[in-house]
Write a protein that binds this ligand. Structure first.
Ligand code: FES
Length: 151
């Protein structure tokens, strides 16, 4: 992992961060509460973000577009201190990780699609026979008869 240092005088107000990233001020505050970004406080208690936080917010925006949970974003960059900019290598590592996540999701959706195809035109909604109601026949060992599925 390589990181880049930044001078402390490169600071942006929260409105400027919002304008430049397209992310709402409230979302920036939320990201900060989660520890995904960090700011300094002025004497007047106003937030000032180091310029390199723009990159962090961009990474979060990409992850959100991919449907990656914010917890996963935090984990993916856990070893990059908030004082540093995630490097090209950091981004490559995170993007590989998120690609694997998307592949797993795609496989899950394909599996559901196959099960749904078996239901089209059927309509039995059988707790025993329907793969969507009883994935992998989880109820098969618990006896016969109808069962409720917890929702
Ligand atoms: S509805 Fe009959 S198998 Fe799913």
């Amino acid at each position: 992992m390589s990181t880049q240092a930044h001078t402390p005088d490169e600071l942006l107000g929260v409105g400027e961060m919002s304008r430049r990233t397209g992310v709402a001020v409230s979302a920036l505050h939320y990201y900060e509460r989660l520890g995904l970004i960090a700011s300094h406080r002025t004497d007047g208690n106003q937030r000032r973000y180091p310029r390199h936080m723009l990159r962090r917010v961009a990474l979060i925006s990409v992850a959100k577009r991919l449907g990656i949970p914010l917890d996963d974003v935090k984990e993916a960059f856990a070893d990059v201190p908030l004082t540093d900019t995630p490097s090209h290598e950091d981004w490559q590592r995170a993007s590989r990780r998120w690609k694997r996540t998307l592949e797993q999701r795609r496989l899950g959706i394909e599996r559901l699609e196959k099960e749904l195809t078996g239901c089209i035109g059927c309509g039995c909604l059988s707790m025993k026979a329907c793969g969507l109601l009883n994935p992998d026949d989880q109820l098969g060992d618990t006896g016969s008869g109808a069962r409720r599925i917890p929702v």
